[in-house]
Each structure stands twice: as structure tokens, then as C-alpha cells.
Design a protein around this ligand. Structure first.
Ligand SMILES: [Zn+2]
Length: 174
């Protein structure tokens, strides 16, 4: 498995307005700008916005896993978790605190801190707010742990003042 510095290469191509991470174009956006966008979406569209964020996150989590494999060349489950635990904070997304996988039940519990989706809410949200990350972790877990048709619920969230964000992933059908 590669190191963080080997896996992630940040490059600038001003002539084409491209910033790339290991060849993938990205945009840099302040957390405040993203937070305002997130808050506005939810306040205007409510639950439909939650679904849009979730599904966008899910697709990114699935596709992202393939990229991560190329970038990091990980093999074991421990290496996969280690790669994500290093990359999430480097991208400014969040700190991955714990990942517990129950293969018998096909269940995964993940806790994170400092999620970029919680920042604008300052602990004052009425309910969990990390819908994009919830979807992302679902796509990630299906790919990383060979599980199918998971659903992901956020049961604790720093956005509403909890100590961590906690995500519980279980089979959608039973
Ligand atoms: Zn949260």
C-alpha cells in the first residue's frame, strides 16, 4: 500500500482552470460556501434535498472506491480503512474515528468527527444533517466490504450537538 504522499498528488493547470488530485479535476470551495448551499437546499426542499444529497454521496462513494484502489493500491480491509482514515482529513472532509464491521449480520457502524456537512449548523440542527456523507459511506461500505443493498442511518450527529456523527449501515431488505 502507498503512503498518503505517494497516493495523493495535487497539481495545478491554470490555463485550463484545472486543479487535479492524482489526475482527477476538483474544485476548491470554502466550507462556509458549501454549508450555506447545504442549509439553503434543506430549508427550501426539505426531505427531497436529503435524498438528492444521499444519492449523490452514494454514487461518489461507489466510484470513489475504484479511484482509491488505484491511488492507494490497498489490499486488506485494514489497509482500506487506513487509506480512508488518512485521506478524509487531508481532503478536509472529516476525521474517521471508528469502523466496526459485523460480517455475520452485514452491518457496519462508523463514527466520524468534524464532518464538513455539520460545520454551518453549529450543533443547533434539529436532526442529523450529514446526508451526503451518509450516502457516501453506504457506497463505500458496499464496495469495500462486499455487502449489497445497504441503507445508512445517521443516529448521532455533531450538527445537532452530539459528540460524534454515528452511522449505522444495515441491509435494506431482510
Ligand atoms: Zn453528522
Amino acid at each position: 500500500m502507498k503512503t498518503l504522499e505517494e497516493a495523493l498528488k495535487l497539481e495545478y493547470d491554470d490555463a485550463n482552470a484545472n486543479v487535479t488530485v492524482s489526475g482527477i479535476p476538483v474544485i476548491l470551495m470554502s466550507k462556509s460556501t458549501f454549508g450555506a448551499f447545504h442549509k439553503e437546499l434543506i430549508s427550501v426542499l426539505g426531505r427531497s434535498a436529503e435524498g438528492v444529497l444521499y444519492h449523490a454521496g452514494y454514487e461518489a462513494g461507489k466510484k470513489g472506491f475504484k479511484l482509491m484502489k488505484q491511488w492507494w493500491n490497498f489490499e486488506t480491509r485494514e489497509e482500506i480503512i487506513s487509506a480512508y482514515a488518512q485521506q478524509f482529513p487531508r481532503f478536509g472532509w472529516m476525521n474517521l474515528e471508528t469502523v466496526e464491521v459485523n460480517d455475520q449480520k452485514n452491518e457496519v457502524t462508523i463514527t466520524v468527527k468534524n464532518s464538513f456537512e455539520t460545520r454551518k449548523y453549529g450543533g443547533q440542527a434539529e436532526k442529523p444533517v450529514c446526508h451526503y456523507i451518509r450516502g457516501f459511506l453506504c457506497g463505500f461500505a458496499e464496495s469495500a466490504f462486499g455487502m449489497e443493498s445497504l441503507r445508512c442511518d445517521e443516529v448521532r450527529c455533531q450538527g445537532r450537538g452530539d459528540e460524534v456523527c454515528e452511522f449505522v449501515l444495515k441491509p435494506m431488505f431482510w
